[in-house]
Write a protein that binds this ligand. Structure first.
Ligand code: GDP
Length: 364
């Protein structure tokens, strides 16, 4: 599962990427400093995992992870191939969700590609490029469908109708995710076309230190502008947090965060939000050798969850023993959970819930 960071040059993308991955990608004060797409794997912070570690005292702990891709180089004209645009749009297509960074800080020393700070205009600039790319996809598909529709093929006529609606919306500057289309049509006709502007998005407002907690006027404008998109808006002092991640000492980091009014790093919140944005959830396995968080799509069944560990687990699935996370923690151990009759045995149909502690029985 991949989340891609997008935004205009100099809004703080690579600083954010560094902050998330602790990889030391270049970050210089001029446009186009980050040309190669950078990829990083980040651990998803999860208090529950720490709690299970305390109780089980395993040899090792493995958190869930999300892949983050820093997609630099999106500029005005990108859909026409400007500024290496097409290549970057290709990179975005391969991601499952988008983290759209908007510059919400003033600083005369950091050049803005369009002269002044204006996150709404910046957002539109990026949106338009992505929408133009999707429009190309619609037009290509329309060409094909048109012929079949002319012969009176009912399915083709229906598809043509939906495509025309998408075309109309995109031409009016609306992203696919916000175009009004019936749920069934969305699933059957729109989703397979994998539009860029249909991917779930999270807006990251990059602010200065003093706005880390309450945001600022720019942030308010962003919130207003995206209110119909059903998208989350996150405030993050990217530059400050990047400085804090340079500190090796955990206590020192905490102190600096407290100083700016935060009880945890905004980047931790961002990673959790990205994970949720990908429509993923976590179940745990808890043994003395290893306590581990596993990632599954929301709605996955017990055999599908077992399949994430090993395909043989899915094929040979017999049953799952499930402990609710809260029961595990309040009772303190697997044995005590069993004694209390709180361990449930579930079959193939069981839909795994976020936080379940699972044990699988299977045939090999
Ligand atoms: P990118 O082109 O979007 O990847 O932008 P960079 O991450 O390279 O950032 C561009 C410049 O802005 C760098 O000099 C950063 O140090 C600076 N910068 C990034 N975030 C902030 C911030 O929150 N506040 C301030 N004042 N500067 C920042």
């Amino acid at each position: 599962m991949k989340a891609g960071i997008v935004g205009l040059p100099n809004v703080g993308k690579s600083t954010l990427f560094n902050c998330l991955s602790n990889a030391k990608a270049q970050s210089a004060n001029f446009p186009f400093c980050t040309i190669e797409p950078n990829i990083g794997i980040v651990n998803v912070p999860d208090m529950r995992l720490e709690k299970l570690e305390e109780l089980v005292k395993p040899e090792r702990v493995l958190p869930a992870t999300v892949e983050i891709v820093d997609i630099a180089g999106l500029v005005k004209g990108a859909s026409k191939g400007e500024g290496l645009g097409n290549q970057f749009l290709g990179n975005i297509r391969e991601t499952d969700a988008i983290l759209h960074v908007l510059r919400c800080f003033d600083n005369d020393n950091v050049v803005h590609v369009d002269g002044n700070v204006n996150p709404i205009r910046d957002k539109e600039t990026i949106d338009i490029e992505l929408q133009l790319k999707d429009l190309e996809t619609v037009d290509k598909k329309l060409e094909k469908v048109k012929r079949a529709a002319k012969t009176g093929n009912k399915e083709a006529i229906k598809e043509q109708e939906v495509l025309l609606k998408l075309k109309e919306g995109l031409e009016a500057g609306i992203s696919v995710r916000a175009i009004d289309i019936a749920e069934d049509d969305r699933k059957e006709l729109v989703a397979p076309l994998q539009f860029i502007t249909d991917k779930p998005v999270l807006y990251v407002c990059n602010v200065d230190e003093d706005a880390a907690v309450n945001g600022n006027e720019y942030v308010e404008k962003v919130k207003e502008a995206v209110k119909d998109e059903h998208a989350e808006v996150l405030v993050l002092a990217v530059g400050t947090e990047a400085d804090i991640t340079e500190l090796d000492d955990f206590e020192e980091r905490k102190m600096f965060l407290n100083d700016i009014g935060l009880d945890e790093a905004g980047s931790a919140k961002l990673i959790r939000s990205a994970y949720k944005l990908l429509n993923q959830q976590t179940y745990f396995t808890a043994g003395v050798k290893e306590v581990r968080a596993w990632t599954i799509p929301v709605g996955a069944t017990a055999p599908q969850a077992a399949g994430v560990i090993h395909t043989d687990f899915e094929k040979g699935f017999i049953r799952a023993e499930v402990i609710k996370y809260d029961d595990y923690v309040s009772l303190g151990s697997e044995a005590k959970v069993k004694d209390a009759g709180k361990l449930s045995v579930e079959g193939k149909e069981y839909v795994v819930q976020d936080g379940d502690v699972m044990h699988f029985r299977f045939n090999v």
